[in-house]
Design a protein around this ligand. Structure first.
Ligand SMILES: [Zn+2]
Length: 355
């Protein structure tokens, strides 16, 4: 049983999820006498003595929250951004006088910009506490909207409407600023271990709310390695992408269709007749192409894996890295730059889904 610390609670950090240390860091034992002090009748003089004491006890307990200072800093920054948003007439950075126009006429019809992607990471750290610390030290310059512990606890660190620094330099399709358009979710994981069931269950709940609230398309739930294939390998190959896709987050392929796929054989359109062997003037005989070979799951001979990767979203400037990132996400074994025939079949089906 814990008491929440009202003095450090931050309305802007309220989330629909079961948060942890915000309440949990202030255990009830830090208030040993407070409840008792306030629960029985006291004379005015006693009250005037005990009330300041009780308040100072409460303050002391609240100051034990290791993130009280960073919560304060969050508020300060949010306030500064709010000031920019409130200013009229609006002056955007870099705007010239032409763009400002002759008159300011505020429209009545607008709302906040919404995220349209979710980028999933593993923290490559040893504990949630370590990650929370990393994301609250200004010098690290990294952050995420949510951190999910191995135990499934969800830590909300930033409003969905603000830009976290989780993606770094990256590209998905023609989007070169994923930080501006995405929610970053970090999963506490050392980079090699499997993801705990509780953690994935919480992730699925968070994703469901984000998808519904912001109308994020299924295909836009991606991994850090997808958007930064030359630099990143998270989440690790044990991440259950198929499970996520089955729940509507991310794309996957029809495994049966992949199994039944065949590569189109390259059949010459003409075949030399027997006569041609002895008579150079003899006409070639057209070959009857069996139509049955052109089935739904026939992969055309013209299929280009590089184009397929690009159409799915990968930055193919470094094709080897893009291929590895594809294999990390969709094959999850032998993560290298080589596409086997089976890998190509998977790629072909994902490409068709992305058209
Ligand atoms: Zn990452």
């Amino acid at each position: 049983m814990y008491l929440a610390c009202a003095l450090t609670s931050d309305a802007s950090l309220q989330s629909p999820f079961t948060t942890s240390w915000r309440a949990a860091m202030v255990p009830e034992e830090n208030f040993p006498s407070l409840a008792k002090l306030m629960s029985f009748p006291m004379k005015q003089t006693t009250l005037s003595f005990f009330l300041p004491l009780a308040l100072s006890l409460a303050l002391a307990a609240c100051s034990s929250n290791p993130y009280a200072a960073t919560n304060k800093e969050y508020k300060k920054k949010a306030k500064a951004y709010a000031k920019t948003l409130r200013a009229t007439p609006v002056t955007n950075p870099g705007e010239d006088s032409l763009m400002q126009g002759d008159h300011w006429v505020g429209t009545t019809n607008f709302n906040m910009r919404k995220p349209n992607y979710v980028v999933i990471h593993h923290t490559a750290q040893n504990s949630t506490e370590q990650t929370l610390k990393t994301f609250t030290l200004p010098r690290t310059q990294v952050s995420a909207h949510y951190v999910i512990g191995r135990d499934g606890k969800v830590y909300h660190m930033l409003s969905d409407y603000l830009r976290a620094w989780h993606g770094g330099s990256g590209k998905w399709g023609n989007n070169t600023d994923l930080n501006s358009s995405s929610i970053g979710i970090e999963l506490d994981n050392n980079g090699y271990e499997p993801f705990a069931e509780e953690q994935i269950n919480s992730l699925l709940q968070v994703l469901a709310i984000l998808k519904k609230t912001h109308g994020i398309p299924a295909a836009n739930f991606i991994g850090h390695s997808d958007i930064a294939p030359s630099r990143k390998v998270d989440p690790n190959p044990t991440f259950p992408w198929k499970k996520l896709a089955d729940a509507g987050f991310g794309i996957w392929y029809d495994e049966e269709a992949v199994r039944n796929s065949v590569f189109e054989s390259v059949i010459p359109l003409f075949q030399d007749s027997a006569a041609a062997a002895t008579d150079s003037t003899a006409m070639p005989v057209p070959i009857a192409v069996p139509t049955a070979t052109v089935a739904v799951d026939t992969i055309p001979a013209t299929f280009q894996p590089k184009d397929a990767l690009r159409i799915i979203g990968y930055d193919v400037q470094n094709l080897d890295a893009a291929t590895k990132a594809f294999k990390l996400h969709f094959i999850q074994k032998e993560v290298n730059g080589i596409l086997t025939d089976d890998d190509k079949k998977v790629l072909y089906h994902l490409y068709k889904k992305s058209l």
